[in-house]
Structure formats: structure tokens, C-alpha cells
Design a binder for this molecule. Structure first.
Ligand code: AMP
Ligand code: GLY
Length: 396
């Protein structure tokens, strides 16, 4: 079939790769020079059998509704379902209504910084301060420092509402479900490495790497009831949800609590989950988009992805540095390089153009083998100021 993937990062490159490997023709919009099949034409002007929307912003903006209004098959929720990601206040109230455990929280409306200050003065930390609104991965601060918490809350309240919640202990796991609105299929669980430096040090990022399957943290049997409760509540609120649900879990046995819900596939989790799916992913996503029964997923193998980021990421990423070694990596069996933040200069060399530049994926029968392959590939690639974590896949 012909498939349009909306987006231009590593997640969309991985989706396109997966579709192409099953013989489908794929357009990625807007895409980028290093992502095959890229086109700058708006998704609304394209024809295809299936549209898959990657990024949060386009989901929250309701691109799926606009495409469905034109009679297209879309794998992504519309504006209503997108609220789960677009508003933390909505998401927290939704979780409460569905009976799914989450951190205790309070909401402060835009501009109410004096109230937030009084709350932070009187409550015991640590605190998690989250913007209600999308903030390009920079919306969450976890801190023990009261003054830092007050300053952060005050700054965030200038733009919109905030949620202040308790810090939850435990191990994080990324759960992805594909749903047709009635039934769901779980992808293999993944773990994401959010901090910029080895050993989970330094500031939070959009994700410095991931591996799948993440085993030994939580079982599908414990997770399924949570997803069922979320689907029941979606139906109760008459929200037509056909797409991916990303559930960020914090597991602290016997407690399993939801940190967040995203209304899309994870990035970089997708890059390690999709290669484990043996089915033709296009068939699964088209069935979900049409509200038809989902085929069971067949899962095998392991994958890790290492994010190569530019100098200064995440605060102040540099751009324009020439990337070398990509041709050599092409010959490493079981490795894939997805472009996430690259551009091409006048001499057709790939250059850095964003914080997270490349996603280097290694595949194998085990995480150890996949890890070996991924780092073998990483070592062949070079650009000035490159940063990557050397411990991806070690915490499994
Ligand atoms: P979110 O955007 O809600 O996913 O938050 C980003 C990251 O902040 C999560 O992946 C966690 O690592 C951390 N985080 C968010 N909420 C909490 C919480 N209540 N307790 C501990 N860590 C959290
Ligand atoms: N990996 C985190 C996210 O996709 O939101």
C-alpha cells in the first residue's frame, strides 16, 4: 500500500523503514534529506491508503480530524484524544476518572504564581512541576530545591497552567499500545534514557537512547488492566481513539502508577520496538485506523538505539557540523541509522541540524548482541562535539 508518515524525526524514519521493509511505498512529510521518501508537500494534499502521524504537535492540533474529514484512513487520535497529551490537567483528571493510579497532584491556573508559591512554601518536597501545555520536552522539572521549584513554577505560570505533583519512586517503563478504540495490542515494553549523561546524570532530554524488550520490571498481565481502564474511560467520554497510546509507567512493586500518557508512539522507543514486530505493521495500523479487529502481534529479538546528539544539547545545541562515517556503517549487518536532526550542505554532505542528530540502532537475538552492534556503528560515525551515552542497554 501507499503510506504517508507525518513528521521528520527518528521515530518517523523508523516507521518509514518498517513499512518499506514490507514492500510498501512511503512518503514522509515534511521529512528531511536523510530520511528516504521525504516530501515537503502538506499531508492534506497527499493521497495514500494510510496516514500515520508521528509528532505530538500535529496530533494535538487535530491533523487526524482534518484528514478524516477528507475520508482518509488515519492512525492517530483526533483533537479530543490528543488532549491526553496536550493538557496534563486533562490527562490527570482522565486518569482519576478511569481509576488508574497516578501521582497526587494540584493544579494552578495561569498567572496564579502567588498561590503556587504559598503551596510550595507549605508542602514538603521533592516536587514535580509540569506545564499543562506541550513544551517540546522541557515541561517537567523534578527538584528538592524549594527556591528552584518556586522560580520554575512562576516562570511556567506566565504561559499557562501547571500541575505540581509528588515524586514517585521506582523504575520507569514505556508501554505502547496500538488500539482501534475497542481492543489493543501491546508492543514490547521499552526503557528510555532521559538524562543526557551516563549513569542518569545531567539534565532531562527528549531521550538519549532506548532498548526493547524491557523485561523483569512489569508483566503484560499487570499492565493490561490499566490499558483496559483507559480504553473504557475513552469510550465513556465518547472519544474516538484510533492510534497509539504511550503510557509512561513508574513501577515500584506492588505499586504501578502512570506518570504520563502520550497520544502517539514514543521517540526513541519506536526505533527499538518496531524492529521486534514480525507482522506487516501497515496491516496492523490500517486495521486500527479503520476500527477493524487487530491481528495479534508476533514479537521476536531485541534492539537498542543510541542517540548521537550535537554539542550543547539539550540547552543549546549547535548545528552545521559535518557528519562522517555514515557510508561505513551501511555495511554493518543488523545496524540501522535513522536521521533525526540532520541537514545537507551545498556539497551534499550530511550536517548536524538539531539536538538529537542520529539514532543508531543495533538488532540481535539478545540485548547484549544488539548493544554490541549499535556501539560498533556509533564508533564509525563522527561529528565535532558529538555526545552519546555509553550505557544504553546496560540497565536491563
Ligand atoms: P513527563 O513529561 O510527564 O513524561 O515527564 C518527563 C519525565 O519526568 C518522566 O519520564 C520521569 O522521568 C520524570 N517524572 C515525571 N513525573 C514524575 C513523578 N511524578 N515522579 C518522578 N519522576 C517523574
Ligand atoms: N521517549 C519519550 C517520549 O516519546 O515522550
Amino acid at each position: 500500500m501507499k503510506i504517508v508518515v507525518v513528521g521528520q524525526g527518528g521515530r518517523e524514519a523508523a516507521l518509514a523503514h518498517s513499512f518499506r521493509s514490507h514492500g510498501h511505498s512511503v512518503l514522509v512529510t515534511p521529512g528531511r534529506a536523510g530520511i528516504p521518501g521525504s516530501t515537503v508537500v502538506s499531508a492534506l494534499d497527499l493521497t495514500a491508503d494510510l496516514f500515520v502521524i508521528g509528532p505530538d504537535q500535529q496530533v494535538v492540533d487535530g491533523l487526524a480530524d482534518d484528514l478524516r474529514a477528507q475520508g482518509k484512513n488515519v492512525f492517530a487520535p483526533g483533537r479530543q484524544g490528543g488532549q491526553l497529551e496536550g493538557s496534563k490537567v486533562f490527562m490527570k483528571a482522565f486518569l482519576k476518572a478511569s481509576g488508574v493510579p497516578t501521582a497526587n497532584y494540584v493544579v494552578f491556573a495561569q498567572g496564579h504564581s502567588e498561590r503556587a508559591r504559598l503551596y510550595l512554601q507549605d508542602s514538603a518536597g521533592p516536587w514535580v512541576i509540569k506545564t499543562d501545555y506541550l513544551a517540546a520536552g522541557k515541561g517537567v522539572l523534578v527538584t528538592h530545591d524549594r527556591q528552584e521549584a518556586i522560580a520554575d513554577a512562576t516562570a511556567k505560570l506566565k504561559t499557562g497552567a501547571i500541575v505540581i505533583e509528588d515524586v514517585l519512586p521506582g523504575q520507569e517503563v514505556s508501554v505502547m499500545a496500538i488500539t482501534n478504540g475497542r481492543q489493543f495490542e501491546l508492543l514490547p515494553f521499552a526503557q528510555d534514557y532521559k538524562r543526557v549523561f551516563d549513569g542518569d546524570k545531567g539534565p532531562n532530554t527528549g531521550g538519549m537512547g532506548a532498548y526493547a524488550p524491557a523485561e523483569g520490571i512489569v508483566t503484560p498481565a499487570l499492565v493490561r488492566p490499566l490499558v483496559e481502564s483507559i480504553l473504557t474511560e475513552l469510550n465513556h467520554q465518547a472519544i474516538d481513539y484510533r492510534g497509539a497510546i504511550y503510557i509512561g509507567l513508574m513501577v515500584d512493586e506492588p505499586h504501578i502508577r502512570v506518570l504520563e500518557i502520550n497520544a502517539r508512539f514514543g521517540d526513541p522507543e519506536t526505533q527499538v520496538q518496531l524492529p521486534l514486530i514480525q507482522n506487516d505493521l501497515a496491516d496492523v495500523l490500517l486495521a486500527a485506523a479503520k476500527g477493524l479487529d487487530l491481528p495479534p502481534l508476533q514479537i521476536a529479538g531485541a534492539a537498542i538505539t543510541v542517540v548521537m546528539a550535537s554539542h550543547g544539547y539539550p540547552e543549546n545545541p549547535s548545528s552545521g557540523d559535518v557528519i562522517t562515517g555514515l557510508e561505513q556503517v551501511a555495511s554493518i549487518t543488523d545496524s540501522i541509522v535513522h536521521h533525526a536532526g540532520t541537514s545537507q550542505n551545498a556539497s551534499k554532505q550530511y550536517t548536524t541540524a538539531g539536538g538529537r542528530v542520529l539514532n543508531v540502532v543495533g538488532l540481535g537475538p539478545t540485548i547484549a548482541r544488539a548493544r554490541h552492534t549499535a556501539y560498533q556503528a556509533v564508533e564509525r560515525i563522527h561529528f565535532v562535539g558529538q555526545q552519546y551515552r555509553s550505557d544504553i542497554g546496560l540497565k536491563h
